[in-house]
Design a protein around this ligand. Structure first.
Ligand code: F6P
Length: 552
């Protein structure tokens, strides 16, 4: 669809039809919807690869879903999806193709950017990563003093940290437990300090992950790491080659830093930072889990890519999840979306999704640069259950806000839990099922009264219900299942961006703070002169207070 000729989203007949439908629905009751349609619990389900997806506990009818799909058709979601998969430059503000799907395409696929098939280069880098990972895992990669590398410290931030750090946690039970992996992202020196303080530098490899290789946090940490290593080893610059590798699109800057480009693992400008952990950015992860497991993960991604590309709208899981988000965000005024995994291994999953979703769809101008008059991306939040149940679930159950939530759980724990702990899995999952049930159906005042609760406590013990949830259930949290889950969310985010007519692949909103920080830094040391006159009065006073506290 030609963006320029596109009718504003909220002026399309499909939007108006949805608004009218919403009005007619009033306050939909899940108890009623289930009573009217007893087979709802099996009818409103989808299967994608290993993922069983239940969307029956949503405030929707067949008619809602039909109207939402019509909105998707009218806003050209399928056309934009096809353009993305073809390698067209759909990231218009950066004039770039958006081809993370090429990172997991099979060897014989043909995907062209500017007339060049990018798939051979993708596989060449994967092969180079595999050979490096094998060398480290087998102890053949030795440091400057001849000791094998045992510690890997990934230095990166945003997409160059969150993906591999999250996936390393998720797949911990598949990792080589003789290797120590750490992830450093924060420019707060405490992060690097804690990561290296107990490591033997002779056995430590730094993986510097930065698409641009100009990100101030990463370059600062990488420079400090290099200083630490050379000082501790009492070695010269030549030691860097054995202890530093780079993951980047910018060979020039990598070389300038002093890393041999033979030890650089490349990716390309058509891979967005938050879509990059299945590229060279995943090197630390590949070292930890091994190339075969990494490839299984890529196959999981690819499976969902193919599903998204080819499944009919009625059965298309990312499309459905995207549309449900639009339904709540735009027609129920839901401001946030919770992702609540019932797996300890998914402890960093929601943090990863925050960048994926909020950096992609946290926009307020459309593709033509006009301010949008509709809500765009939600605040994404959540932590693993059951911890959340003892913290913020109170608000979801009985607060005033509508918080649509995704519940993610697994039938079996991964293989190597201690035998006594395997039994705990049923308890975990009983909580998983109980929570979506409670959220959906609540507890009526009559039910509360029937328990003999004194009348004055009845309102307090009543659960309104009607809190919508999606349940995603899989057998086990394997590398492939992780790939499937991430691709599911990537494409969900894509669908929403396409409907809202925003560029989900740029991130101009992170720029201003970076520029201002550069101006403020010399004012903190005093090198830049007095803050007053150079900054607004609030920031200047804060800078002065800081300088006083630091005795400057
Ligand atoms: O936060 C802004 C951002 O550009 C992200 O999009 C990106 O993932 C991150 O910084 C890190 O960038 P780089 O990989 O270039 O260091």
């Amino acid at each position: 669809m030609n963006a320029a000729s596109r009718t504003k989203l909220n002026q399309t007949p499909e939007w108006t039809a949805l608004a009218k439908h919403r009005e007619e629905l009033g306050a939909p009751q899940l108890r009623e919807l289930f009573a009217r349609q007893p087979e709802r619990g099996t009818a409103y389900t989808l299967r994608v690869g290993d993922l069983h997806l239940d969307y029956s506990k949503h405030l929707v009818t067949d008619e809602t879903l039909r109207l939402l799909r019509e909105l998707a058709a009218a806003t050209g979601v399928a056309e934009l999806r096809d353009a993305m998969f073809r390698g067209e430059k759909i990231n218009t503000t950066e004039d770039r193709a958006v081809l993370h799907t090429a990172l997991r395409a099979p060897r014989d696929a043909v995907i062209e950017v500017d007339g060049e098939n990018v798939v051979p280069a993708v596989h060449a880098v994967l092969d180079k990563m595999a050979s490096f990972a094998d060398q480290v895992r087998s102890g053949q990669w030795t440091g400057h003093t001849g000791k094998p590398v045992k510690n890997i410290v990934n230095i990166g931030i945003g997409g160059s940290d969150l993906g591999p750090a999250m996936a390393y946690e998720v797949l911990r039970s598949f990792t080589d437990r003789d290797l120590t992996l750490r992830f450093v992202s924060n420019v707060d020196g405490a992060d690097l300090h804690e990561a290296v303080r107990d490591l033997d530098p002779a056995e430590t490899l730094f993986v510097i992950a930065s698409k641009t290789f100009t990100t101030i946090e990463t370059i600062t940490n990488a420079t400090s790491a290099r200083d630490w290593l050379l000082t501790e080893l009492r070695a010269g610059q030549d030691a860097v080659a054995k202890h530093f590798v780079a993951l980047s699109t910018n060979a020039e800057k990598v070389e300038e830093f002093g890393i041999d480009t033979a030890n650089m693992f490349e990716f390309w400008d058509w891979v967005g930072g938050r879509y990059s952990y299945d590229s060279a950015i995943g090197l630390s992860l590949m070292v930890a889990i091994g190339p075969d497991r990494f490839r299984e993960m890529l196959d999981g991604f690819h499976l969902v890519d193919e599903h998204f590309r080819t499944a009919p709208a009625e059965e298309n899981a990312p499309l459905l999840l995207g549309l449900l988000g639009v339904w709540y965000g735009n027609f129920f005024d839901a401001q946030s979306h919770a992702v609540l995994p019932y797996s300890h291994y998914l402890s960093k999953f929601t943090a990863y999704l925050q960048q994926l979703d909020m950096e992609s769809n946290g926009k307020s101008v459309d593709r033509e640069g006009d301010r949008v008059d509709w809500q765009t991306g939600p605040v994404v939040w959540g932590t693993p259950g059951t911890n959340g149940q003892h913290a913020y679930y109170q608000l979801i159950h009985q607060g005033t806000k509508l918080v649509p939530a995704d519940f993610i759980g697994f039938a079996a724990p991964v293989h190597d839990l201690l035998p006594g702990l395997i039994a705990q899995h049923d308890l975990l999952m009983a909580n998983f099922f109980a929570q979506t049930q409670a959220l959906a159906f609540g507890k009526t005042p009559e039910e509360v009264r029937a328990e003999g609760v004194p009348e004055e406590l009845v309102p307090h013990k009543t659960f309104r219900g009607n809190h919508p949830t999606t349940t995603i259930l899989a057998d086990k949290l394997t590398p492939s299942v992780l790939g499937q889950l991430i691709a599911l969310y990537e494409h969900k985010v894509f669908v929403q961006g396409a409907i809202w007519n925003i560029d989900s692949f740029d991130q101009w909103g992170v720029e201003l703070g970076k520029v201002l920080a550069k101006k403020i830094e010399p004012l903190l040391t005093g090198d830049g002169g007095p803050a007053a006159g150079q900054l607004d009065s609030s920031t200047a006073a804060l800078v002065d207070a800081y300088r006083t506290l630091r005795g400057r």
